[in-house]
Design a protein around this ligand. Structure first.
Ligand code: ADP
Ligand code: MG
Ligand code: MG
Length: 889
């Protein structure tokens, strides 16, 4: 088997085999760009190594062969004492895992070849600087020595010389550093730093393989859902030197601004430096544009190279380069990561430049990026005062009263208050508070702290690491650098996109993209900026290519109207439970507690006209579009007072000797209806079967509202949906009653009432008997929240706060199955129901309602299994439109 490829043998399409770095080094080599020669050991070899604990037997020979060829091409031998060839040993997996694995530079240096290198380069300082870097990197990554030992030793020498910059160290100082570094290696490992160049190289190769399973790499892969057995390639690349003097240097660059997409010169450059110095922030870099004055020739060549890369990759690229004595060398390129706005703008720019077509433009943006562009923004210039600036951990704008514990956050939010949770740092116990809060502010921890990671996962605004704030959770206050003390209950504003924190309320506004969706900004008007125009073009194209319809979950006329403006093609889920709260709660209570038929009917008669009005307005907002109305679903006791509260009330009244009959009766009823597992109790279709008249009242209200709309010239399209069905008999019983009511209303009103009757598929038994159920259903709608809950046996209201963080930490799943559909589990059930349902009733209409309808990965799955539509909250409608388009390409 071929385990090793010369850079000239590969191409950018071989990422799986050569890793991203290797594939792109090969691509650049073949484009004739100045890449230092080298070769790549395949990910196959790494997989072999990980499986067997040793490298493939013939690997060593193949490496020797390629090394010999490299040495011949370079006219030098690895580690030759007189004129050494030096190489870097670089990791590079198929999926980009920035900073997760290892690279060792200057391999081939030892006590002898360092002299040869000095001689050849005419610089002792440079040779010893390179040598100390090798021992440092090799010590850390290959020999597992804590890097601090080296850093301390280097700092110490700098201190002795009274300087902070390693540029002030001359060759004698650097020899001293090398001596100290070698001593560290001896102390820490009990052995000397290896002098044999080939041994150095082989050990470094194995260390790169091993770094695949470093803890941080494992955690990163879980989070990013990168397969754990993919392995990394290893690139052996001949060294070029940016640390040869001020005519040399190293830098990174983007071919366009990754923040805005604007064309121009973006990057950082550092003179007299090697590789990692740029990212490590050891010294201050200069903007790339300054390179033009430093070295016009190399700058010109770099600009030309970048524009070639862009047109070749047909995308924004990022690159690493080094200039060795005025000569440019390319060390890495890849299609660059970019911000959300830039992604849209660049995609349409490339279309206009003729580099890609609109299909490709749709593929190049994502629903997540679109969602980011829809977060509300703060309007600058209110009268709030800025307190400090922390890290922009999770975008969005949050305004609320400061609270200092998770319990308070939950308590205040339950009272309907908007709060911002302020902590020094968060831990898993804070999850419920984070969920309840508008946003999270911490004074400690970076962008990978618990607060930041969890907030991003939840799409919650977060500013972390605002270190200037002194947070005192005991006193429930924090102090800003200007002395301002913010107490519990004071209103603060935090901006997760900039990291800024204010005292007071900063007004928020909808970003331009949302105003475009609202119809407030026409895409061809002057008010539309580049971003709005790009979003418009891309979504228009997505709408043209998608097969899935997108509906919305909406319970009010306002939500329905907004969703329609956002492009919804109907309502996929109109919940009716909210319509039973507020003043109507009393009526529901009467209904539940009714002891006689007359009492019950009286309550139903009062509820019906109220319901009819609800539906009337929604049909009006959704005129001409399907409107799926779910009959009452939640456990009945949710409409009754809390058992504990009521018990206390009764006990207190008894104490005072003022007991009244009504309350006692209520208590008895509440006790009787109390359920241990309400989610598995009396709810959904079970209610319809057990509480006489409830569902028929709802169906009548729907039918009468539809009839009224029709008579007014409207086009109502109700779809009546029965929740929680597990057996066809349940559905049949309800259907029979409902059809009677529909016929009855049609006759009375003298118009045809165009309603269909279908069911939710959310109980596993419904999936398994979908063929039978299809016999009584005009449509299925997958209730993926309940289906997930019942498939996993997770009580959704409890598990997320209780232990999901542990499950996520342990990698049992990379993302909550309530957030993104569990495709192998819940998805398999959906497939079964689709097959059995359509098998029994071809053309059966299929949709999904539930949080997953707006989740990008889930939308792709729903497209693939052949659903007719997805339904999601109004603000996710554009996201679902885009992802449905992407799924179809
Ligand atoms: P990472 O994937 O972390 O960026 P790299 O393998 O790209 O790691 O290497 C780390 C740094 O060393 C980069 O700045 C890179 O440009 C530099 N580097 C790697 N190989 C060489 C080489 N052969 N000559 C000079 N610099 C190199
Ligand atoms: Mg790199
Ligand atoms: Mg449900």
């Amino acid at each position: 088997q071929k385990w090793v490829y010369d850079f000239s043998e590969g191409s950018k399409d071989q990422k799986d085999l050569l890793g991203g770095k290797g594939a792109n080094l090969a691509e650049m080599t073949n484009l004739g760009l100045p890449v230092p020669p080298g070769f790549t050991i395949t990910t196959d070899a790494c997989r072999y190594y990980l499986e067997h604990g040793s490298t493939p037997p013939d690997l060593e020979a193949q490496v020797s062969e390629h090394l010999a060829a490299l040495e011949k091409a370079m006219g030098k031998t690895l580690g030759d004492p007189a004129d050494p060839l030096l190489v870097s040993v670089r990791s590079g997996a198929a999926a980009s895992m920035p900073g997760m694995m290892e690279t060792v530079l200057n391999v081939g240096l030892n006590d002898e070849s360092v002299e040869g290198l000095a001689e050849q380069a005419g610089s002792e300082r440079f040779a010893w600087d390179s040598y100390r870097r090798l021992i440092q990197m090799f010590g850390k990554t290959v020999l597992d020595i804590d890097g601090e030992h080296f850093e301390h030793a280097l700092d110490e020498v700098k201190r002795e010389q009274g300087t902070e910059s390693d540029l002030d160290l001359d060759e004698e100082h650097l020899k001293d550093v090398v001596g100290r570094f070698k001593a560290i290696v001896r102390e820490q490992t009990g052995a000397d730093f290896p002098m044999d160049p080939r041994e150095q190289m082989d050990l470094a190769i194995n260390a790169v393989f091993d770094s695949w399973n470093s803890e941080r790499a494992i955690i990163y892969r879980r989070r990013e859902r990168i397969p754990s057995d993919a392995g990394t390639a290893v690139n052996i690349c001949s060294m070029v030197f940016g640390n040869l003097g001020m005519d040399s240097g190293t830098g990174v660059a983007f071919t366009r601004d990754p923040g805005s997409g604007a064309q121009g010169v973006y990057g950082d450059y550092l003179q007299n430096a090697q590789g990692e110095d740029v990212v490590a922030g050891i010294r201050n870099t200069v903007p790339l544009a300054d390179l033009e004055n430093i070295d016009q020739g190399a700058y010109g060549e770099l600009m030309e190279t970048m524009s070639r890369l862009e047109s070749h990759y047909r995308d924004l690229c990022d690159i690493e380069f080094t200039i060795e004595r005025n000569k440019l060398w390319m060390l890495q390129t890849r299609v660059g990561k970019r911000g959300a706005a830039a992604a849209f703008i660049i995609a349409t720019q490339l279309v206009d430049e003729g580099l890609i077509d609109m299909d490709e433009a749709v593929r190049r943006v994502s629903g997540d990026q679109l969602a980011q562009l829809m977060f509300p923004r703060f309007v600058e210039g209110g009268d709030a005062t800025q307190l400090t600036e922390g890290m922009n951990a999770s975008p969005g704008a949050a305004v609320g009263k400061a609270v200092f514990s998770s319990e308070e956050a939950v308590k205040w939010a339950d009272r309907g208050e908007k709060v911002v949770l302020v902590r020094r740092e968060t831990n898993p116990d804070d999850l419920s508070g984070m969920i309840a809060a508008e946003g999270v502010l911490t004074s400690r921890g970076g962008k990978t702290s618990h607060a930041a990671v969890v907030a991003r996962g939840m799409g919650k605004t977060c500013v972390c690491g605002a270190e200037e704030l002194q947070v005192d959770t005991k006193k429930k206050q924090f102090r800003a650098p200007d002395g301002t003390v913010v107490n519990e209950g004071d209103v603060i504003s935090i901006d997760g996109s900039t990291g800024r924190v204010w005292l007071g309320e900063v007004p928020v506004e909808a970003p331009a993209v949302v105003r475009y969706f609202e119809g407030e900004i026409a895409p061809d008007s002057d008010e539309a900026d580049d971003l709005v125009r790009s979003v418009h073009r891309i979504l228009t194209h997505a709408d043209e290519v998608r097969r899935l319809d997108v509906r919305t979950n909406a319970d009010t006329p306002e939500d329905s109207a907004r969703a329609r403006r956002f492009g919804a093609q109907g309502i996929g889920l109109c919940r009716t439970e909210h319509m039973f709260l507020g003043e109507r709660r009393q009526l529901v209570e009467t209904l539940i507690l009714a002891e006689s038929e007359d009492e019950r009917n009286a309550a139903l008669d009062q509820l019906e006209p109220l319901q009819r009005q609800d539906f009337l307005e929604i049909f009006e907002a959704m005129d001409g579009l399907p409107t799926t109305i779910r009959l009452l679903d939640p456990p009945l006791h949710e409409f009754l007072p809390d058992l504990t509260d009521l018990s206390v009330r009764v006990a207190v009244a008894e104490e005072r000797g003022e007991q009244d009959e009504g309350t006692l009766r209520l208590l008895a009823a509440v006790q009787a209806m109390h359920e241990q597992n309400p989610m598995l109790g009396l709810r959904g279709v079970r209610l319809g079967l057990v509480v006489p008249g409830l569902f028929t009242m709802q169906v009548r209200a729907i039918a009468e509202a539809a009839a009224e709309r029709k008579k007014a010239g409207g086009d109502p399209r109700p779809e009546i949906m029965i929740p929680l069905v597990g057996a066809v008999q349940e559905l049949e019983a309800i259907r029979e009653e409902a059809e009677k009511v529909l016929a009855d209303v049609a006759e009375k009103e003298g118009v045809d009432v165009p309603a269909t009757i279908g069911t939710m598929i959310e109980v596993p038994r419904a999936v398994l008997t979908a063929d039978e159920i299809a016999g009584a259903a005009d449509f299925f709608s997958f209730g993926t929240n309940d289906l997930t809950q019942m498939t996993w046996g997770f009580s959704r209201d409890d598990v997320e706060a209780a232990f999901f963080h542990a499950y996520l930490d342990k990698g049992i799943f990379g993302i909550s199955p309530f957030e993104s559909l569990d495709i192998p589990g819940v998805g398999a059930l959906i497939k079964i129901a689709v097959e059995r349902g359509r098998g029994a009733r071809p053309g059966l209409k299929l949709g999904i309602c539930g949080e997953h309808g707006g989740d990008p990965d889930s939308v792709h799955f729903f497209h693939e299994v052949g659903l007719d539509y997805v339904s999601c909250s109004p603000f996710r409608v554009p996201v679902a439109r885009l992802e449905a388009g992407r799924a179809a390409l």
